[in-house]
Design a binder for this molecule. Structure first.
Ligand code: GDP
Ligand code: MG
Length: 161
């Protein structure tokens, strides 16, 4: 099952770092408009065997948990809530205790509990996997049986080591 995912967030929260970790290789910058689309890149990503394209069934809203919630994070959250898209809130830079306060503040964005990760250190990737897999699962339910059989092998996650 291939779903599309877009990574959104203010500058310096770690979008590129997360993207590179998910994709596992450098890919071409396909769109560099200022504003919300300024860092949009496209590529096949692979998270524990779950394949998806970085673009649009699910938005990952990334914020810097060490910096806490800013006005721009609130702006993105409001915009995504209104979009009606599936959104997973991702708290990056959570490898240390400095992230705790920001992680607590994040619930006020109205997007549910944030998923703590460290894109730089590769932490929290299995929880992020679960969030992406939940959306992929819903997309699969909407498919006819034949398509489902084809998609199953790809969506299976190997054990985490
Ligand atoms: P972007 O502007 O949102 O694409 O952010 P970048 O991926 O360019 O990262 C901005 C800065 O945050 C860089 O200096 C990264 O090394 C750093 N960074 C990214 N992820 C993490 C993380 O998980 N922990 C820490 N401490 N720093 C990170
Ligand atoms: Mg970037």
């Amino acid at each position: 099952m291939t779903i599309t995912v877009v990574i959104i967030g203010r500058p310096n929260v770690g979008k590129s770092t997360l993207f590179n970790r998910l994709v596992g290789q450098r890919v071409a910058l396909v769109d560099d408009k200022p504003g919300v689309t300024r860092d949009r890149r496209s590529g096949e990503a692979n998270l524990f065997g779950l394949e998806f394209r970085v673009e649009a069934d699910l938005a990952l809203l990334v914020f810097d948990a060490r910096a806490g919630i800013t006005a721009l994070d609130e702006h993105f959250a409001r915009w995504l809530r209104r979009s009606g898209k599936a959104v997973a809130l991702v708290a990056n830079k959570c490898e240390g205790r400095e992230a705790e306060a920001g992680l607590g503040e994040a619930y006020a964005l109205g997007l549910g509990q944030a998923i703590p990760v460290s894109a730089e250190h590769g932490l929290g990737m299995s929880d992020l996997y679960d969030a992406v897999a939940a959306v992929a699962g819903k997309a699969e339910e909407a498919l006819p049986d034949e398509a489902l059989e084809e998609g199953e092998a790809e969506a299976e996650a190997p054990d985490e080591t």
